[in-house]
Design a protein. Structure first.
Length: 125
């Protein structure tokens, strides 16, 4: 009986230590509107965040929904209370309105954060 209780206690300890949070709220803003931008002139913005989680914050991936958008993110852990940024660049090759998303996955956080950019690419006149 002691062995069974010891195994249950060990299991609960291990699963608790590796528990995931459902979501995370560290970004100052998750959307950015470029407004009108010129065609063939890449537009870049930065999404700032502060690690308020109580432990080092690690970004596993930041993935754009298409090749026209490029995210750059820190590859090293962001320590408690420190700031970080994710830079997102849109290539502005196609004229017209656009909305693009970058999915940011944090280590041990169940749901990703979605960053959104939009704007209107104007042809050069």
């Amino acid at each position: 009986m002691k062995i069974i209780l010891s195994c249950i206690a060990a299991f609960l300890f291990i699963t608790g230590a590796n528990a995931q949070s459902d979501s995370i709220d560290v970004f100052k803003a998750t959307t950015h509107s470029f407004g009108k931008i010129k065609q063939h002139v890449p537009a870049t913005t930065e999404f700032s965040f502060t690690n308020n989680t109580g432990k080092p914050l690690i970004i596993e991936t930041a993935v754009a929904e298409c090749g026209c958008t490029t995210p750059e993110y820190p590859k090293t852990p962001i320590q408690q209370g420190k700031n970080g940024t994710i830079k997102v660049t849109y290539n502005a090759e196609s004229p017209g309105k656009f909305t693009k998303r970058v999915t940011v996955k944090f280590l041990n956080v169940k749901y990703p954060v979605i960053l959104t950019i939009d704007g209107d690419v104007q042809t050069k006149s």
